[in-house]
Design a protein around this ligand. Structure first.
Ligand code: ATP
Ligand code: HSE
Length: 325
């Protein structure tokens, strides 16, 4: 159960007065998710009822959160289907609840598509490209906090838990990525605010129609190609082998490219970037597995899934970005 901080309707009686939403009339903890405490919140103003999501942030502090919430607001205002944060009476999007930062955002329709077909991947590709373009004039700056510097700092913390062969493999990949990040090709990659965690469980569909995406709490400024690689490594693979599925890769890349064409540097950087995206989640899963937080109550995600993907991305040439139909 991913509710680390208990919240009751009584707790909200006073607290809700700062929002223009009326009264809280129902509150239901959301079981999925491993980072924050999430609740479906029903409000009533006069005869009108509305549904929202209340999030109590367990690991992010008041300094980091405005970037995520303001980015969501920026995107929602530009027609990207993301939850719109609700400002309180003085315009704050993040406010304390039980001493922790909390926010109310609009609730998206639909449910996750955990067995995506090319038609779903095409929807994701279109939305991702539109999101990159819409975020490009977002004025706030915050790096991807799970980027290269975090990989370099986290590697020594997990190395002692790995077999000598895996420790060597991880060390070599971080060295490779450090060199890649210093290369002239990397320097030419277009960048901006990116989602950086656009997995199947963070996107909603009604049938084949994408209705929105959420969970912006790993967002940050990074290359657009990194975001695309994170997305492809989850949406377009065979989950058992980690291999890319050509039909889904083509659908996602073609629809992305139709909105935002790729540059030559991106074409060259695609394979190293697929490796970087796999490394990022191998490392975070290793860290969560071996160095659990005190508040952690859930089984962490399986790190070997991304170790397998990383080995597969190194072994098999990636499809050229410029060459697919
Ligand atoms: N705006 C929203 N609209 C509808 N449902 C939402 C919304 N935000 C969250 N949810 C629901 O809450 C669940 C948990 O949210 P989320 O994935 O953000 O959890 P988390 O613990 O913050 O993150 P993580 O995915 O990193 O574990 C989602 O699977 C989804 O069902
Ligand atoms: N998407 C991450 C979890 C954090 O959102 C993972 O699968 O490891």
């Amino acid at each position: 159960m991913a509710v680390f901080t208990a919240v009751t309707l009584d707790d909200l009686t006073q607290w809700m007065k700062q929002f223009p939403l009326g009264q809280a009339v129902a509150l239901k903890g959301i079981a999925s998710g491993i980072e924050n405490s999430n609740f479906f919140l029903t409000t009533q103003r006069g005869a009108e009822r509305a549904e929202y999501v209340l999030t109590v942030f367990e690991n992010l502090d008041f300094d980091q959160l405005p970037f995520y919430l303001q980015l969501m607001r920026h995107l929602a205002e530009r027609g990207i289907p993301v939850p719109a944060p609700v400002p309180n009476a003085v315009g704050d999007l993040v406010v304390p609840l039980h001493g922790k930062p909390a926010a109310i955002v609009s609730k998206l329709e639909g449910s996750s598509q955990m067995d995506p077909q090319p038609v779903h991947c095409a929807e994701v590709g279109t939305m991702l490209a539109r999101m990159h373009l819409a975020a490009s004039d977002f004025p706030m700056q915050q790096p991807n906090l799970r980027g290269l510097a975090w990989w370099q700092a986290t590697t020594p913390l997990v190395l002692p838990y790995l077999t000598p062969a895996n420790a060597c493999f991880l060390h070599d990949e971080v060295t490779f990525q450090t060199e890649f990040a210093a290369s002239p090709v990397y320097a030419q990659l277009p960048r901006g605010p990116v989602h950086a965690d656009l997995f199947r469980n963070n996107v909603m569909f009604v049938g084949e129609k994408l209705t929105g995406c959420f969970d912006f709490y790993f967002a940050g400024v990074d290359t657009w190609l990194f975001d695309l690689a994170v997305t492809v490594n989850d949406w377009c693979i065979d989950l058992d082998s980690g291999e890319l599925d050509e039909a889904r890769v083509n659908a996602l890349l073609a629809s992305y490219r139709a909105v935002r064409p790729f540059t030559d540097a991106e074409d060259i950087a695609w394979q190293p970037m697929l490796r970087a995206a796999a490394l990022r989640f191998w490392l975070s899963r290793l860290y969560d597995f071996y160095v659990p937080r005190e508040a952690e109550m859930l089984t962490p995600h399986d790190p070997t899934h991304f170790e397998r993907i990383l080995r597969e991305r190194i072994a098999t040439p990636a499809p050229r970005l410029a060459n697919f139909e």
